[in-house]
Design a protein around this ligand. Structure first.
Ligand SMILES: Cc1ncc(COP(=O)(O)O)c(C=O)c1O
Length: 320
């Protein structure tokens, strides 16, 4: 990890090495935290954060689902993030806001423990590697089932829930693959350990729907919109395991990984065993949107600007 100078911690800018928590932090013991993964891109107009408000809205929703009231508004977090990026002198970076139950109260009822909020930013290359982005990755269907709403809240991005992803990721990496594909409680495809999944067959794009216990990925929604704008049919529907093997193309979307082709699943080559035409078209269009090269999707970018006297103008919320 590339360290930066400052981290925003409970309303203050502190040095990277001083951003510490107590060992009895509630979230450390019980996973009582919610977080986001966001990216800021270097664009011709300056650093810009992709769908920033959508991510912060999801953070607030995740917190509510775990009975946490954020001590800062979405707008305060947005402004703090801008200032943090500028103070660290970054043009592009990964952004990790986290809200968690802090120190002061142990036991399973977290309601007495304080809610603390931190934001860290650091330069972070492609999560699944440049080679994976170019040539496609190898994935394995996991023996671990994706969490379901019978026991947790799949739509919340909560720290403790990620033990499920961690187990699946470890299993896939130890078996020599790049990523894990998790099935849901019905045995249908849900998503990967940190990405949503799409298949392409005969030119039609399909992706598991919310009922498969997926995280409602912001990049998933963006790519669905881009694909439809380009004239493709995109179906949100049940996807079976065997469809993965029979697909012409499979690709993944997520903030950390962006849009990554899958070239092999369970040792079956996907299509021709290399990224297909639809994946390439969407990858190009999506990267253009992320990097501010597409006029059509400029509204998705939150330009990083210094706080003006009297506050900042609030951009339009992205629809979809
Ligand atoms: C489990 C899981 N699914 C899907 C995604 C993709 O979501 P997004 O596109 O909002 O980054 C992520 C990443 O945040 C994730 O952790």
């Amino acid at each position: 990890m590339i360290e930066t100078d400052l981290i925003w911690h409970n309303g203050e800018f502190v040095a990277w090495e001083d951003a510490k928590v107590h060992v009895l932090t509630h979230g450390l013991h019980y996973g009582t935290g919610v977080f986001e993964g966001i990216r800021c891109y270097e664009t011709a107009r300056g650093p810009a954060i992709f769908r920033h408000l959508d991510h912060l809205d999801r953070l607030e929703r995740s917190a509510k689902l775990y009975y946490m009231e954020l001590p800062y508004t979405v707008e305060q977090l947005r402004v703090a993030t801008h200032e943090l990026i500028l103070r660290n002198g970054l043009n592009s970076c990964y952004i990790r806001p986290i809200a968690y139950r802090g120190y002061g109260h142990m036991g399973l009822n977290p309601l007495e423990a304080p809610v603390e909020v931190s934001i860290a930013v650091w330069p972070w290359g492609n999560y699944l590697g440049d080679e994976g982005t170019r040539d496609g990755i190898r994935a394995k269907v996991s023996s671990w089932e994706r969490i379901s709403s019978r026991s947790l809240i799949p739509q919340a991005k909560a720290s403790g829930q990620y033990l499920n992803s961690v187990l699946a990721k470890i299993e896939s990496v130890k078996a020599g693959y790049d990523e894990a594909i998790l099935l849901d409680e019905r045995g249908l495809v849900a998503e990967c350990s940190g990405e949503n999944l799409f298949t392409v067959r005969d030119g039609v794009i399909a992706t598991p729907s919310q009922s498969a216990g997926i995280l409602d990925g912001i990049n998933r929604r963006s790519v669905i919109q881009i694909a439809r704008d380009l004239g493709y049919t995109v179906l949100e529907r049940d996807v079976t395991r065997s469809e993965l093997y029979l697909a012409d193309e499979v690709f993944l979307t997520g903030t950390a990984a962006e849009l990554v082709p899958v070239r092999e699943i369970d040792d079956h080559g996907v299509g021709a065993g290399e990224p297909g035409e639809v994946t390439r078209v969407l990858q190009r269009a999506f990267l253009d949107a992320l990097n501010g090269r597409s006029e059509r999707y400029l509204e998705w970018l939150d330009l990083v600007v210094a706080p003006a006297v009297g506050g900042q103008a609030v951009p339009e919320r992205a629809s979809a």
